[in-house]
Design a protein around this ligand. Sequence first.
Ligand SMILES: Nc1nc2c(c(=O)[nH]1)N[C@H]1C(S)=C(S)[C@@H](COP(=O)(O)O)O[C@H]1N2
Ligand SMILES: [Mo]
Length: 546
Amino acid sequence: MKPYAALVGAVFGGLLTLPLMALLYLADQAGLPLVMYDLFDWLARVLPGNIIINSIETMVEIINDLNLGATDSTAKTLEHLAALALFLAIGIVTGAILFAILERRGAPLTGAARFVPGLIAGLIVAVPVIFISRDVNVTASASGTTSAAWIALAFLAWGALLSWAYARWTAAGAPASLESSAIPARAEPVSRRQFLIQVGGATATITVVGAGLARLLEIRDERAYEDLIAERREAVLPAGLPNEGASVEPAPGTRPEYTPLEDHYQIDINARPPEINEDDWRLAITGMVERPLTLTLDEIKANYEPVDQYVTLACISNPVGGDLTSTTRWTGARLRDVLADAGVQDGATYLRITSQDGFHEMVDLALVEAEPRIMLAYHWDGIPLLYKHGFPLRIYIPDRYGMKQPKWITQIEVTDRYIDGYWVERGWDEVAQMRTTSVVDVVASDSAFERDGQTWVPVGGIAHAGARGISKVEVRVDGGEWAEAALREPLSSTTWVIWRYDWPFEAGRHTFEVRCVDGDGENQSTADTGTFPSGATGIHSLTRTL
Ligand SMILES: Nc1nc2c(c(=O)[nH]1)N[C@H]1C(S)=C(S)[C@@H](COP(=O)(O)O)O[C@H]1N2
Ligand SMILES: [Mo]
């Protein structure tokens, strides 16, 4: 077996790791940690920022170039696959190393000794995994001790089976005449081929049954959550939009002005978002305050005047024309009202906001005092925040990219010390002010119409400049003159503005470009920059043959 020891170990490592993954997935349904994702999330935290940034940029580019669908959910799926592949690779490598070591050692494994090397290998893998999971896991409901015990048990069993497999494999392939006379000629009834087939069959069965069952349980939970959302939604009256009767109609095919909640983009640092139990949750206001506060969600809702705001949020990783931006109605309490209750001490300069998932950011206190629109939001679209969007509480800061706006907030510490936030630490813009951008969503040739003996084609899209508003949008076709588009009255001063330009139709292939000016009279930047470190700028265009 000599030259093949590592190779055979790799095969058994892989075969045994698949059912381990399935069982971990099944246990995840019972509230135990899903360590495949924990390892991946931990790597994303500890790897140098530029590696993470390059991976994110490449992933977003590939998804957009290949049209793989919504950027956020496709990226998450790719992350999940990478996490599973990484875990499988660890299993394969462990198997290879274990078999190679045992092979070098030479002596055959018999009796209880067949399990010992594998138990040691299992322990060597389990210990760091336990600590990593303890550090980054946000989805398990089991206690730390139960989680640790489960991980230890799962990996020890896995290791034990691995070295048992080694013992069986060597025994099956060691007829008396071969290799070493030290190996007793045991008349094994199974050949290596048969053994491999047996192990393959058993592991495949456990993997399919375990993962299938886990998925069914997961679907049941997802359905229950969808029902809860539907119920909550029925309990509130649908709100009419504030710009009803706006004179400019969007060109047909322009993205919805108000994003359906289920389509709102989602970006976060974990493979899966935390699902916080409202009863266990409190908002702690600590640090340089006269009266530290511990607030329940109900207290935040009842004690402070609720404010409604229509908001366009965008991710700093959104390329020009990308789909990592959405608009909905946020409801919450003004942050400065809450702070007034706690009584900020003299000399304090920042708020350090901490989230359940390990994310954190700083907010300038002077900004909070000056900006009444900064709020602690608990509703989106009239219902409690969805888990993935930050239940129970997130912050809204006008004019900043999403990276400055923590979800799943658990603590606000008033301080006089500045510390870089999660993404700032990794090289992204400290201020992260939203860039002025404009996008062509559609050249609506299907909606062409006749007027004054001319055929017109509506062209439309969005323009956004954070909280600065949009004063002008211009379109140009095939590099000709810039022509002014009509602006639809927006939902609020912080949402995107829908623009429309009716273009005098000419058959052929044409390129439509757009640019805009913000509410302060600043032209959008036409320089084609990537998203890192301050958000993308550049002219967006669509080319169509009509
Ligand atoms: N706690 C926490 N808050 C977070 C993040 C996160 O990963 N964890 N991601 C941020 C980023 S990068 C963006 S773009 C927005 C996205 O909010 P959404 O997923 O609800 O659209 O949340 C921000 N707040
Ligand atoms: Mo983001």
